[in-house]
Write a protein that binds this ligand. Structure first.
Ligand code: FES
Length: 113
Protein backbone atom coordinates (compact mmCIF):
# COMPACT_ATOMS: atom_id res chain seq x y z
CA UNK A 1 0.00 0.00 0.00
CA UNK A 2 1.37 3.38 -1.03
CA UNK A 3 1.27 6.32 1.33
CA UNK A 4 1.53 9.04 -1.31
CA UNK A 5 0.13 9.73 -4.74
CA UNK A 6 1.98 11.69 -7.44
CA UNK A 7 -0.46 14.10 -9.06
CA UNK A 8 0.67 15.54 -12.39
CA UNK A 9 -1.32 18.63 -13.32
CA UNK A 10 -1.23 20.58 -16.54
CA UNK A 11 -0.80 24.22 -15.54
CA UNK A 12 -1.06 27.55 -17.28
CA UNK A 13 -3.54 30.13 -18.47
CA UNK A 14 -5.20 30.47 -21.83
CA UNK A 15 -2.64 31.59 -24.41
CA UNK A 16 0.35 30.38 -22.37
CA UNK A 17 2.49 27.35 -23.13
CA UNK A 18 1.19 24.67 -20.73
CA UNK A 19 3.56 22.97 -18.29
CA UNK A 20 3.19 19.91 -16.08
CA UNK A 21 3.69 20.25 -12.32
CA UNK A 22 3.99 17.13 -10.16
CA UNK A 23 2.82 17.18 -6.55
CA UNK A 24 3.33 14.44 -3.97
CA UNK A 25 0.16 14.19 -1.91
CA UNK A 26 -0.45 12.09 1.22
CA UNK A 27 -2.71 9.18 0.27
CA UNK A 28 -5.54 7.83 2.35
CA UNK A 29 -7.95 5.10 1.32
CA UNK A 30 -11.09 6.39 -0.33
CA UNK A 31 -9.74 9.84 -1.10
CA UNK A 32 -10.94 11.57 -4.23
CA UNK A 33 -8.99 13.51 -6.81
CA UNK A 34 -10.76 16.61 -5.50
CA UNK A 35 -9.42 15.83 -2.01
CA UNK A 36 -5.91 15.77 -3.52
CA UNK A 37 -6.43 19.06 -5.39
CA UNK A 38 -7.71 20.74 -2.23
CA UNK A 39 -4.68 19.40 -0.31
CA UNK A 40 -2.32 20.76 -2.98
CA UNK A 41 -3.90 24.22 -2.83
CA UNK A 42 -3.79 24.25 0.98
CA UNK A 43 -0.29 22.80 1.47
CA UNK A 44 1.78 23.10 -1.70
CA UNK A 45 0.55 25.75 -4.15
CA UNK A 46 -2.22 28.21 -3.28
CA UNK A 47 -2.28 29.42 -6.89
CA UNK A 48 -3.62 26.13 -8.30
CA UNK A 49 -6.88 26.93 -10.11
CA UNK A 50 -9.72 24.42 -10.23
CA UNK A 51 -13.46 24.51 -9.73
CA UNK A 52 -15.73 22.78 -7.25
CA UNK A 53 -18.81 23.69 -5.30
CA UNK A 54 -20.75 20.77 -3.87
CA UNK A 55 -17.65 18.65 -3.06
CA UNK A 56 -18.95 15.06 -3.02
CA UNK A 57 -22.61 15.48 -3.93
CA UNK A 58 -21.87 15.21 -7.66
CA UNK A 59 -24.50 17.84 -8.39
CA UNK A 60 -22.67 21.05 -9.31
CA UNK A 61 -20.66 19.47 -12.17
CA UNK A 62 -18.01 22.18 -11.77
CA UNK A 63 -15.15 19.81 -10.98
CA UNK A 64 -15.04 18.20 -14.41
CA UNK A 65 -11.46 17.54 -15.56
CA UNK A 66 -9.59 15.13 -17.81
CA UNK A 67 -8.12 12.24 -15.80
CA UNK A 68 -5.72 10.03 -17.75
CA UNK A 69 -7.46 11.26 -20.89
CA UNK A 70 -11.00 10.55 -19.70
CA UNK A 71 -13.51 13.23 -18.78
CA UNK A 72 -14.34 12.71 -15.10
CA UNK A 73 -15.59 14.54 -12.04
CA UNK A 74 -12.74 15.15 -9.61
CA UNK A 75 -15.02 14.65 -6.62
CA UNK A 76 -16.11 11.16 -7.64
CA UNK A 77 -12.75 9.98 -9.02
CA UNK A 78 -11.23 7.78 -6.32
CA UNK A 79 -7.46 7.63 -6.15
CA UNK A 80 -5.72 4.34 -5.56
CA UNK A 81 -2.25 5.67 -4.81
CA UNK A 82 0.63 5.60 -7.25
CA UNK A 83 0.21 8.34 -9.82
CA UNK A 84 -2.49 10.21 -11.69
CA UNK A 85 -2.39 12.75 -14.51
CA UNK A 86 -4.94 15.57 -14.69
CA UNK A 87 -5.60 18.14 -17.40
CA UNK A 88 -8.34 20.65 -18.11
CA UNK A 89 -11.13 19.36 -20.31
CA UNK A 90 -10.53 20.25 -23.93
CA UNK A 91 -14.00 21.20 -25.10
CA UNK A 92 -14.43 24.28 -22.87
CA UNK A 93 -12.55 27.56 -22.90
CA UNK A 94 -9.51 27.35 -20.61
CA UNK A 95 -9.27 29.97 -17.89
CA UNK A 96 -6.23 28.76 -15.94
CA UNK A 97 -4.84 25.37 -14.84
CA UNK A 98 -7.85 23.04 -14.43
CA UNK A 99 -10.46 25.81 -14.42
CA UNK A 100 -12.49 26.08 -17.59
CA UNK A 101 -15.45 28.20 -18.53
CA UNK A 102 -18.21 25.78 -17.60
CA UNK A 103 -21.17 28.13 -17.68
CA UNK A 104 -23.46 27.43 -20.64
CA UNK A 105 -23.54 30.46 -22.97
CA UNK A 106 -27.28 31.02 -22.42
CA UNK A 107 -26.73 31.38 -18.68
CA UNK A 108 -24.15 34.15 -18.91
CA UNK A 109 -25.21 37.61 -17.90
CA UNK A 110 -25.40 40.13 -20.68
CA UNK A 111 -22.97 43.03 -20.45
CA UNK A 112 -24.51 46.11 -18.91
CA UNK A 113 -23.72 49.58 -20.19
S1 FES B 1 -17.69 19.21 -6.78
FE1 FES B 1 -19.74 19.27 -7.46
S2 FES B 1 -19.90 17.66 -8.91
FE2 FES B 1 -17.84 17.58 -8.19
Amino acid sequence: MTDTVAVTIQRGAAGETPRDDIFTVPYREGMSLLDALIWIRAHADPTLAFRYSCINANSCKECVVSVEGRTEYACTTRLTGGAVSVRPIGNKRLLRDLATDTVPPKEKFAAQD
